[in-house]
Design a protein around this ligand. Sequence first.
Ligand code: MG
Length: 228
Amino acid sequence: MSSIKIGNTEITPTKIICLGRNYLEHIKETNAAIPTEPVFFVKTLNTLISEGKPIIYPRILYENENYNRVDHEVELAFIISKPCKNISADEAFEYIKGYTIFLDVTARKMQISDRNIKLPWYRSKNFDTFSVIGPKVVPSKKIENPHNLKIELKVNNEIRQSSNTKHMIFKIPEMLEYLSKFITLVPDDIIATGTPSGVGPINPEDTLEAYIEKIGKIQHKVILERED
Ligand code: MG
């Protein structure tokens, strides 16, 4: 098992689960259908980085014009505090250790081309360094309402995404009730709650800055994968 430091908190997650299509404005910009149930997918642990590490733009994407678009997605994430299976929405907050910022970096052209031929999102989501987390885990008791937080992402100091977590379609209690019917969540698992609109391309040498009210901000540089 591998652990990662998020500020002063070290966590040892077994999985990262992300919600897709959880903000209406983002669904519109991607021409996707509005879900009637939460849409979730898994990111593998090789993707995970925290403070001080760059996002690596893979050469296999950069050098292929069918795949050369990688997008930022800023998201509120929460960390699980205790084993969680078949829980009800009204007890959901008991299972949350704290909140943090998550960047769900996505190989967008690859995702769209796979989606169009009904393949999973798996490969477009799971390149090394495509999950960024930080700057700290804010204890859940310090954030009374996680559904009223400003959320923002800048690329090279220009605002690209700016919204509020109140616009989530499936709120945290219902998503946790739903997920826990499928999967046993265990302490330190990471759940990312979906991205608002404004997703767009990043490029080598860009600097990304993500902000969520009451949590803080993270800053990461994008670099092109080295040639060996
Ligand atoms: Mg996402």
